[in-house]
Design a protein around this ligand. Structure first.
Ligand code: SF4
Length: 416
């Protein structure tokens, strides 16, 4: 059980546990342990466990928590907030959905412990609106835990998200919760200084929160040692695209793409790996030479991509990479919040050009424009938030890796 702390207690039918069943499996023992400790000690443990945030950026969770002020020490009145981010919309990502639906008490335990460590009085579990079974499961778990007196003084509620990709960005999420159009905010101030309603706020992803009880149960060192690399614990990897059995796999942090693809039944289609995205739709492509790369935030960054959500999207030799890029760009163009011109205007243009290429109607000038957009818009800081840069990552690497494919499509378009 300790080898796979996140998923080994899940029921085979994926239905959520009733509270009694969850407690019989050891549920809520971690909450008692955490409450017996001062908040700073819980943070020490999470730091020693080397828990990185699993929402995409990989920032160390304990370091983020340390920014939160103690109750009554920040100016003004009102609670400190914890927001559990379940607004999962990244192309290729489906891990939070599983955790919310199958293990809602685990999410809730993690939220209670995190709220204790970060001096929060109120926790909001924000869940993508389409995840109705997840919303129902977490609401039921909250009722059960409240009736059993397990929440202590913590107010917890579920908030269905407005259903836009940008709501997953932590500052846009805060703006949306305040009832405004979901646009990101400038940092500083960081949410720990001034977040929801101007109060100190911590935002953590569902998977990050779900791992927290296991650090308390196992101890920091054992949790950290579950990983094969410096980044502690296990990871809920996803494998989709051209594999025989797309699925979620909990495995040590640092597991390789080769092992994950094998466990997903191997490559489908023509059976040859052409490329893979290691971290969902907004990560640059890696090739077969990276099959044995340990997949964690650090190693994937050194290889020139992003570990992001840890959701692998696999392409075989017969898949059309231009078609995949076109679908990704259609998504990011639709989901742009429209605030910055390069993102608002650039993404629909890129999407239209890729559609033309996919249909064999690309032109040389179009290809030049794709290169120019990727070069100009990729660097951080060219647009307000990371959506534009993230969308450019697969385009930049795709233009390099699939140059022959683009040329072939170009030749089709230029044929009289
Ligand atoms: S980069 Fe795009 S999503 Fe981000 S703030 Fe600008 S317009 Fe909005």
């Amino acid at each position: 059980m300790t080898e796979l702390p996140l998923t080994s207690r899940a029921r085979p039918d994926r239905r959520p546990h009733a509270l009694g069943e969850w407690r019989a499996l050891g549920g809520y023992a971690a909450v008692e342990r955490a409450r017996a400790m001062p908040p700073a000690e819980v943070i020490d443990m999470v730091e020693a466990a080397h828990l990185n945030g699993r929402g995409g950026a990989g920032f160390p969770a304990g370091r983020k928590w340390r920014f939160m002020p103690e109750r009554g020490t920040s100016p003004g009145e009102g609670p400190n907030y914890l927001i559990v981010n379940g607004d999962e919309m990244e192309p290729g990502a489906f891990k939070d959905r599983y955790l919310l639906e199958a293990l809602p008490h685990q999410v809730l335990e993690g939220a209670i412990i995190t709220a204790h460590a970060t001096h929060c009085d109120e926790a909001i579990i924000l869940i993508r609106d389409e995840y109705r079974p997840g919303i129902a499961a977490v609401e039921h778990a909250i009722h059960e835990a409240r009736d059993a007196g397990l929440l202590g003084g913590l107010h917890v509620r579920v908030h269905p998200s407005a259903g836009r990709y940008i709501v997953g960005e932590e500052t846009a999420l805060i703006t949306a919760l305040e009832g405004h159009r979901a646009v990101p905010r400038k940092r500083p101030p960081f949410p720990a200084q001034s977040g929801l309603w101007g109060r100190p706020t911590t935002v953590n992803n569902v998977e990050t929160i779900s791992l927290v009880p296991h650090i308390l149960d196992l101890g920091a060192q054992r949790f950290r040692a579950l990983s094969r690399t410096e980044e502690g614990g296990t990871k809920l990897y996803g494998v989709s695209g051209r594999v025989k059995r797309p699925q979620l796999i909990e495995a040590p942090m640092g597991t390789t793409a080769r092992e994950l693809i094998e466990r997903a039944g191997g490559i489908s289609g023509d059976g040859r790996l052409r490329a893979f995205q290691p971290g969902g739709g907004a990560s640059g492509f890696l090739g077969p030479e990276h099959l044995d790369l340990p997949l964690d935030f650090g190693h994937v960054a050194v290889a020139g991509s992003m570990f992001g959500t840890g959701m692998l999207i696999v392409l075989d030799g017969s898949a059309c990479p231009i078609g995949l890029l076109a679908r990704h760009m259609r998504f990011y163009a639709r989901e742009s919040c429209g605030w910055c011109t390069p993102c608002r205007e650039g993404l629909p243009l890129v999407s239209k050009i890729l559609d033309r290429f996919e249909a064999g109607q690309g032109r040389r000038a179009d290809l030049d424009l794709l290169h120019m957009t990727a070069d100009e818009a990729s660097p951080r800081g060219r647009s307000f938030c990371d959506l534009m840069g993230g969308a450019m990552a697969p385009l930049s690497s795709g233009l390099r890796m699939f140059a022959a494919e683009f040329e072939a499509r170009l030749a089709e378009g230029e044929r009289p």
